[in-house]
Each structure stands twice: as structure tokens, then as C-alpha cells.
Ligand binder design. Sequence first.
Ligand SMILES: Nc1ncnc2c1ncn2[C@@H]1O[C@H](COP(=O)(O)OP(=O)(O)O)[C@@H](O)[C@H]1O
Ligand SMILES: O=C(O)[C@@H](O)C(=O)COP(=O)(O)O
Length: 409
Amino acid sequence: MKIGVIADDFTGASDIALALAEGGMAVSQFIGVPDAAADPALDAGVVALKSRTAPAAEAIADSLAACEWLLGQGCEQIIFKVCSTFDSTPQGNIGPVLDALADRLGAQGVTTCPAFPENGRSVYMGHLFVGDVPLNESGMQNHPLTPMTDSDLRRVLAAQSSHPVGHVPVATVMDGAAAIRAALPREGHAIVDAIRDADLVEIGRAAKGAALLCGASGIALGLPANFGHRPAAPAWEPVRGPGVVLSGSCSRATRAQVARYRTIAPHREVTAAQAVRGEVTAEELADWALAQDVPPLVYSSADPEVVKAAQETFGKGVAAQAIERLFSDLAAALAARGATRIVVAGGETSGAAVQGVRAKTLRIGMRLAAGVPAVRVEGERPLAMALKSGNFGGPDFFAEALALLAGEA
Ligand SMILES: Nc1ncnc2c1ncn2[C@@H]1O[C@H](COP(=O)(O)OP(=O)(O)O)[C@@H](O)[C@H]1O
Ligand SMILES: O=C(O)[C@@H](O)C(=O)COP(=O)(O)O
């Protein structure tokens, strides 16, 4: 392996795995730190952690373990994959993990850039924009676990990190790789602006030989070329059979997708109260889901007021964990009963579902939407999944993804 990625959630992991695969690299996504050596034919490996909202000490320990494993597979460059909306809390985990990785690798002036222009994320003057609004007006200020209330990434990272945080403005980035290299600070981390894919390609060229980078999937755009790879379309072997959509994301894009899919498919809502009180079981939901003629939707996705009320009643962690546990058990029950296509919306929710089906390695397939590949769970039985980041995909994503997984679109 040449490039090793440590991803702080599972959808983010498949997002950057797609970028590396489309850059022409042979790449697999590993669920947690593997306990054996990887296939030597791989060019890149993505270790998916569920560390975004874990206690900081646990996130650091898991990330360092992932880093050691990747270095052991021969990786020359490590990427810490974070969310393109820089999802974190004042306690972390982006800052603490980045500090620990930089210390381990002896990296200074670490390029940190979550821009992902294709999905509307750009960094300008150190501020993160989603479309044409600053991060804190994008809906992310209402995220159930990591509300983002400040668009100034220099301030956000500095509050979480014990290293100095510098900045490389877009005017310098547009001057190209040499200018970027010259502008990177000699110590700490640097928020690097990028508003176009071309900027990310130059940032990637400037990063040739760098031990550590931090960003969303856009950070990978220029990297495969540094290792001699050329763009390619990842192959996909269709998987037909029973399909189900599971949605625990409460992000704007997902709520629109839920609203749309509800008009064309059988659907069941699971409320936080039902999950916390154990009023629904995974077995019953799985039986219902697999009795439908059209791939059904099971969702807990709710508007911010509903989420807030549930969190006030049960506590933030309790509500989230009960829902994630239910989706994990449901994914397990669905796979056990023969579901072959599972589309999941939400990073934490995807983490729960992937752990539920006991996936260890995911093979990366074709693009379903920007930042969302088809993935195939390695194992005896065919199981295709889509792990969709909360804010990704168009309004018809669920139907489109199910069709593409089956090779029907
Ligand atoms: N109705 C709800 N009330 C409270 N919390 C919820 C509800 N539905 C989902 N959640 C929780 O909100 C979180 C959503 O996070 P995630 O799945 O990562 O979505 P996203 O990708 O949009 O961030 C999960 O922890 C989930 O369990
Ligand atoms: O970079 C991104 O936006 C995604 O890859 C990602 O990490 C999104 O996380 P969730 O919205 O929690 O799925």
C-alpha cells in the first residue's frame, strides 16, 4: 500500500475510498483495524473507525492503532479523513487525533482542507461554506451530535488542538503546488483554502512526499497521480435480490430523500421513544421489511424540533445509541434473512449497520452519487451496501442506489 487513510466514520471512509478508486488505485475499506495483513495487491487502504463522536482518548488510541497498521502495510502517506462539514465538538475529535498523528509521524505544517466542491463544500479565507452559505447556516448547526456553529475552521481547529494553526489562502493555492508548499507553515497545522477541484489537485501535488494530510474526500483528488496512477471507473458486479433502505440521518438532504421515497415505497418510522423503550424489535421490523414487494424504508430521520425534544427527554447519547443499536440489530436480522441490498443513510447509522452485518472488508465499486460508492461486503453470501453520508445524494438517491446496486439503471 502507498496511501493509508484513517477515516473517522464509515460513510466518510467509503467516500474517500471512491475518490482513490476513481484515481486509479486498487483500494479496500476495512472495518476497524484489521488483525491480519492486507492483500499486497492493494494500492491504498481505508481503515474505517467510528471515532467521530467517541471520547477523545479512545479516538486517539484507535487512530494511532490504525496508523501503525497502515504503516506496517507499507503506506508512505497517511490521510486523516474527516467530514467535509468538519463535524466535531469543542473537545474534538479532529484536533486531538490530528495532533497525535502529527506527533507520531513527525509531520509539521499539516495540510488540513475539508473542501469537496462537487458536493458544494468550499473553504475560502479559512471559512467553510456549504453551497453559498457559511457552515453554521447550512443546517449543520442543528446536527444531533456535532452541531457546527462556527464556519471559521482556523478557530474551530485551534480550539481543539494544542498545535498552532496557520492558513494558506486561495490566492496562493491558485498559484499552484510550488506556491502552496512555500506557504505551508513550518510547524503545526494549516487550514488550506480550496474552492475548485483544480485547487485540490494542486494541493495534492504540493503534498507529494508529505507524511500526513487531513481532509474530506476532495483531499485525495491529486494524490493517486503522485504515485503514477491514472483516473479509472471502478467496476461493479450487480447484486440482485431483496433490498431495504435504513435511514437514521436527520440531515436536510436525507430528510428530503426520506420524504421522496415515502411516496413510492412502503415505509415504517421508528421514533426515539420507541427505540429507547424497546417498543419495536429488529426481528419484527425485518420480517415486515422482507414481506414487502418494493424495497421498503425504515427510518428514524426527523426534523430538528423532534430530535431536540427526544434529546431533552432521554438525553442525547441515550436517544442516539438506542436508535443506532436498533439499526445495527435490524441490519443483522435483514442479512440473516437474505437481504442482499442494504442502503443506509447517515454516518453513525452506517457504522451501526455495517457492524451489525459483521462486515470486515468492503470492496469499492461504482459511483452511486458524488461521494457514495457501491460497496460489496466480502463474505460467503452476496451483500451489497451503500453507505450514504447524511448530506449527500439527490432527492431520488434511495431508488437510484437500489437500482444501480442491482445493475438495473
Ligand atoms: N429521531 C431521532 N431522535 C434523536 N436522535 C436521532 C433520531 N434519528 C436519528 N438520531 C441519531 O442521530 C444521529 C445521526 O447521525 P448520522 O447517522 O451520522 O447521520 P448524518 O450522516 O446525517 O450525520 C445518529 O446517532 C442517530 O442515532
Ligand atoms: O466528507 C463528508 O462529508 C462525508 O464523507 C462524511 O464524512 C459525512 O459524514 P456523515 O454526514 O455523518 O455521514
